[in-house]
Design a protein around this ligand. Sequence first.
Ligand code: MG
Length: 303
Amino acid sequence: MSITPQHSSGRHARPPVVSLSVRAGAVTHTGLVREHNEDSYLAADPVYLVADGMGGHREGAQASRTALAAFRSLLGTGAVDQDQLEQAVALAARQVDALGNGTSAPGSTLTGLVLSRQDDVPCVRVVNIGDSRTYCLRDRSLRQVTHDHSEVQEQVDAGLLTRDEARHSAVRNVITRALGAGVGPHVRADHSLVPVLAGDRFLICSDGLSTLVEDADIARVLHAQPDPQAAATTLVERALQAGGSDNVTVLVLDVLTAEPSWAGARSLERTIPTTVSVDHDDTTIPRPSLAAPPASTSGSDDE
Ligand code: MG
């Protein structure tokens, strides 16, 4: 993506040229237990998102697709600002909520990023609702950028569980925030601003990867596979080798160029938490257990 330069007020100053280009690879797979894929992803400039639908039968897949459809108006628009992102999240919340009826309330997680700029440096704006995850690999260190909205995460935060214990918990599927799922049309999203450097690699995935494959193994694959599509394929294979008990979706995004470089961008601590809405508190949203009837239609990329 080339980001339109922002003009400087200086009479003789040349406007900074801000550029950010990326390359992505993505794979979604039904897994080895479920009959249908309720995950979806969207990977097209400047929007890179994964959604994990829930609700059973066709409804979960419809929910994840509906969530991502709310971002289609941003495709091809260049840098996405915070207002545009929040408006798209709010639209996703309304439209997934509207799928519900008297007998069902399909829902979806949502995580990932949009390409953006802040103060004339390239950055990404990360969004999260639920327990799908966005990671950043920088300087050979893999860090989870998002914070899961799940019961087990709350127990980890309270010091009652380790991350590894959380991965094996019987209640690991219970999330505390979602689009739809009977929560209503207003959903609070986590946002963070991450300045990017050439060489950064982002991983966006559903819990079908992060529950089955340890972060250290994920990092090893991301280090070993320079091609993003090959890395995504290998990570999905790892999840299948680990049992493939859930739908699994992996999106790997490499930052090829990011100019000008942000001198302070060596830290991921520069995050700007904001909220879309605070109309309700977190609630408990049980997801279908692995033994529940599988949902229908396969996750999609860009139909
Ligand atoms: Mg899942």
